[in-house]
Design a protein around this ligand. Sequence first.
Ligand code: GLN
Length: 387
Amino acid sequence: INTKLPAVGTNIFTIMSKLAADHESINLGQGFPDFNPDPTLISLVSKAMNDGYNQYPFMTGVPALRHTIAEKMFKTSGHQYDVDQEVTVTSGATEALMAAVISCAGPGDEVIVLEPCYDSYIPAITLSSATPICVPLTPPTSGSTTFSIDWDRVASSITPATKILILNFPHNPTSSVLTEADLDELERLSNQHDILFISDEVYEHIVFTKEGHKSLATRPALAARTFVISSFGKTTHTTGWKLGYCCAPPALTNELRKVHQFMVFTVPSPFQYAMAQYCKDPNTYLGLAAFYQEKRDHLINGLNQTRFKPLPSDGTFFLLADYSEISDLPEADFSIWLTKHHGVTVIPVSAFYSDPRSSTSNHNIIRFCFAKQPATLNAAIDRLITV
Ligand code: GLN
């Protein structure tokens, strides 16, 4: 049978979470909090259900939620998106990413991703019959202590066939963030080439640097050609609700919605009403970076008592660590070994590369998720000390 994704297997998050469950391991792999969202938010969902919001909402998302999103974007980026023509509620960021790629890329088009990259990007490009072009981030081994963007390499990978550049900052899995200088580089590229950007900003509210999050929406010239995509899952500790959104200029939004209406049509109504009400208050997301910084530092302090070497984490709820002192197994094998023999589950960074087994994808680095209760982090640290 001639299928479209023959090379794609079960994704790494599913594999590692299943392995963690089978071995009763502490799961610091797949990125999700092990604590509940604010009870106020939960009660707003049951209120919405009791108030009768249980049928199909608008295809584009309930107006109150689109308002809340537009206000949040204006407060954090200064860009005013039009509620009706530029904001769409999606089934998580995943659906927005798929719809954005499918709506704009096709046979003969090239779509650039920066590797390591989130696992849904390349399949989305492949399903569009476009060609993924992988540009590696520069790994920490070559001087800097973190993964960084080589803008010359990005520029030289652009061809007349380049349609889209996909960005994801704060970055999963490397935790790096964009700077104003990076936005300058992007503006330069957008002046020289007719390309679109997809900016996956799901960790927008989890940035630990003084400068804070740099959304592509902060630059009008970039906003004019960008799908800015985010997710309430990360922001309100509700990854299982699959509530995301996309902000983009009308022409791009129009195309995205054509795909969205036939992929899922719309997104569960009670969650939309609840989130609209809850995130009207900016305090629901403005304190998130401080909340997670404490957890990041908890894990760093713990790892400093082990043979793992933590790398800098400027954003997201992930932290990379080098295990060269412990083993020279490839990252996937090391991650399985760690689960089976020490009861702590992590994600191999190599899984975020198009060729996970190659030596250029393996740097003896694994990813920890620190979106966990202090007791969970302590229990994991106790086990890691013995490795
Ligand atoms: N984004 C999450 C991570 O990186 C996982 C999402 C998923 O399981 N598909 O861990």
